[in-house]
Design a protein around this ligand. Structure first.
Ligand SMILES: Nc1ncnc2c1ncn2[C@@H]1O[C@H](COP(=O)(O)OP(=O)(O)OP(=O)(O)O)[C@@H](O)[C@H]1O
Ligand SMILES: [Mg+2]
Length: 235
């Protein structure tokens, strides 16, 4: 078996004295899409922040493509192919769509290529390229945030709740695109409350509660055994 693109081993992290990650173990195979599910407060976003180098962990290890990235800064992580779309909308509201994308060319990718990738995945962004990002709909802003993450040609994409505040139909559309991005060879870890939608495009799923991964496996297996936890018993 080849080296996983992401391996998290016994990871712990805290806010002050309150430990919120209590020994997380997670492995994402190269080229796979993994959905990370779980109730509010489980520690999913904290895990993403630790992987992205935005929050320090107190113990354990994170390996990206087999490299231990314990002390790596976010810019080092970007260089080795990690890109994150954090919770909330990570666009510059007072810049146009085009300007938001052009800013990403700092990563060494020519601005033309950044725009071309964005517009091929999301034609809507082309129509709206002169519009201020802050005036676009939530779904369109999320398309822009994803395009910004794609600009640097990631090996692993972390998506933290793409669906936040969006209508179900838009969420479906966004996940269709997640599926297409995965087909291009990008590995993806996506955190999602819309469990069924995320599982539709996922090869694997993991469930987090109380700061630990309590189950992982193939989507069907996870849905069957964990529906109470991940769907609140609603499905
Ligand atoms: N900046 C912070 N300071 C203090 N506590 C925090 C902070 N951020 C998160 N927490 C706490 O850590 C725990 C895990 O939060 P986290 O945001 O990682 O959960 P989550 O699984 O992403 O939840 P959600 O599904 O609601 O996004 C929660 O109890 C939360 O209140
Ligand atoms: Mg969260």
């Amino acid at each position: 078996m080849s080296v996983p693109i992401l391996e998290v081993v016994d990871l712990t992290a805290a806010y002050g004295r309150i430990e919120v990650l209590r020994g997380v173990n997670l492995s994402v195979p190269k080229g796979a899409v993994m959905a990370l599910l779980g109730p509010n407060g489980a520690g999913k976003s904290t895990l993403v922040q630790c992987i992205a180098g935005a929050k320090e962990h107190t113990g354990g290890d994170i390996h990206l493509g087999g490299v231990n990235v314990r002390k790596a800064a976010p810019e080092d992580l970007a260089r080795i192919g990690l890109c994150t779309v954090p919770e909330g909308r990570s666009v510059f509201p007072n810049l146009t769509v085009e300007e938001n994308l052009q800013l990403m060319s700092y990563a060494g990718v020519p601005a033309g290529a950044v725009l071309e990738t964005a517009f091929s995945y999301f034609p809507r962004l082309h129509e709206r390229r002169k519009q201020y990002a802050g005036t676009m709909s939530g779904g369109e802003q999320q398309m822009l945030a994803m395009s910004r993450a794609l600009a640097s040609d990631p090996a692993l994409l972390l998506l933290d709740e793409l669906s936040m505040g969006l209508a179900p139909l838009i969420v479906e559309e966004l996940y269709d695109t997640v599926g297409r991005i995965a087909e291009s060879g990008v590995s993806i870890l996506c955190i999602e409350q819309f469990a069924r939608t995320a599982l539709r495009v996922s090869d694997y799923a993991a469930v987090m509660t109380g700061g630990r991964v309590v189950a992982s496996g193939e989507p069907a297996e996870i849905l069957e055994t964990m529906s109470d936890v991940i769907l609140g018993g609603a499905a």
